[in-house]
Design a protein around this ligand. Sequence first.
Ligand code: ATP
Length: 266
Amino acid sequence: MSEVRVDTWGACVDFPIFDAKTRSLKKSVVGAAGGLIGANDSNVVVVEALKDINLHLELGDRIGLVGHNGAGKSTLLRLLSGIYEPTRGSCRISGRVAPVFDLGVGMDPEISGYENIIIRGMFLGMSRKEMLKRVDEIADFTELGDYLKMPLRTYSTGMRVRVALGVVTSIDPEILILDEGIGAVDAEFMKKARIRLQELVKRSGILVFASHSNEFLAQLCDRALWIDHGSIKMDGDIGDVVEAYEGPEAGRSVRKMLADTQQDKR
Ligand SMILES: Nc1ncnc2c1ncn2[C@@H]1O[C@H](COP(=O)(O)OP(=O)(O)OP(=O)(O)O)[C@@H](O)[C@H]1O
């Protein structure tokens, strides 16, 4: 692996909202949810989704993002994936990024489950040849049998998620950017999927994972960032960050889950 790392220096992301009226807004509102609302030099309303982000990630980093609704977690994931350019400051990404935001992206309802497996894998940066080698193993994992020969539009939501999860957990990313939103599968299947996710994370160079589930964060990450109104409020051990964000009980429960996960790995 050549050097895999992600760096940001004073990175800011603003969203100009051209159809909002500055007159009707109070100056720089800080609400419980959402980023700061302000106005730029041209008096256009802007949401300051990220402010002055300095982050340096290297091989082996497993970072969880916590923070209120609209804190800027998804925007940060998109910045670190190269999907958004910083409005100010800079961001440098070295390595192959697999952004997994929406499990359904890159799936075509009119083609079969098998074909979707190949296409979705290519969407995540794999070659067709690599996906052809993996398709049988992914098909086994989904337990969908002959359904995989039918068009995806005939599947239930949970069946689609099984296909998507099978593909996502089969790739070899250098930088894995995960946004939660993995639900809709039955508990038994989720157990199987989490084990595969943990294996995927082990193979990845860098992981950044945003989630509102402490349990899920503790299973995949050891470090966390608390994002608050677009800024990094705290960066540290995941137990300490969750404790500061949610209180001592949540911190204790994360530490216990971390210890259990470590034990399972042994
Ligand atoms: N495309 C966009 N256009 C305008 N504003 C946006 C856009 N995307 C995000 N924002 C704003 O940026 C801020 C941060 O949003 P973001 O989606 O990053 O939050 P989040 O921490 O992921 O929230 P949640 O936990 O609710 O998913 C919010 O105030 C949101 O309104």
